[in-house]
Design a binder for this molecule. Structure first.
Ligand code: HQG
Length: 181
């Protein structure tokens, strides 16, 4: 069984499916049984144990079960409108990082960082992670964000349970291109 493919499908179901009657908007939870039955349509061998293994082994902590273990959600990254995932707003470090691709740079320097198809701009805690995120789109470029100044100026910055920082938008005055930590 290809767990990676099943995880990609599960991530799409929990974050991006645009007719998600099975998602509770408050918290983004879905019944594990429902997700299991949808996954089985394409991957008949999937069991509850497969889902548990994907959740436990996910290197980015993408998923959580609720305390009863009967519900599952993606911790961040949603494009489904109106899903609200509670997030913390701890004091950020002085700098955070956003990885993007070089072809987006002109637009980003003009318009600032926008959430594009997601609910939030995703911001990485460190430079190496940002390089990885940017590489998904092409030649990576890393932007160093003055996170503490951003918050001090009254902007909201959140951190999801898997450590990804998120903002509704980041104007260009808060970041510059950087080439190392
Ligand atoms: C760019 C993965 C032009 C932005 C990762 C990014 C992450 C602009 C792309 C998570 C722009 C959106 C999210 C502007 C932003 N003009 N381009 N004004 N503002 N962009 O995939 O941050 O594997 O939606 O720089 O690890 O790449 O899915 O966001 O390049 O945490 O769990 O528009 O996805 O996690 O791309 O990645 P995405 P992202 P998962």
């Amino acid at each position: 069984m290809n767990l990676k493919k099943i995880s990609v499908k599960m991530s799409w179901l929990l974050r991006h499916c645009q007719t998600p009657q099975y998602i509770e908007l408050n918290g983004g939870w879905a019944d594990v049984k429902t997700i299991l039955s949808v996954l089985k349509e394409r991957y008949p061998d999937v069991t509850l144990e497969t889902i548990k293994q994907i959740v436990a082994d996910d290197e980015k902590g993408r998923y959580s079960f609720d305390t009863t273990g009967t519900k599952i959600r993606a911790n961040q990254g949603h494009s489904i409108p109106n899903v609200i995932i509670e997030m913390e707003s701890p004091e950020p470090p002085e700098f955070l990082y956003h990885g993007t691709a070089s072809r987006f740079l002109d637009s980003i320097m003009n318009e600032g960082l926008k959430p594009m198809s997601r609910q939030f701009v995703h911001i990485s805690p460190d430079y190496p992670t940002a390089v990885k995120v940017g590489s998904r789109h092409g030649k990576p470029v890393v932007l160093k964000i003055r996170a503490r100044d951003f918050v001090a100026d009254g902007n909201e910055l959140y951190r999801s349970s898997n450590g990804v920082w998120q903002a509704k938008a980041v104007p260009p005055e808060y970041f510059s291109v950087c080439y190392s930590d």
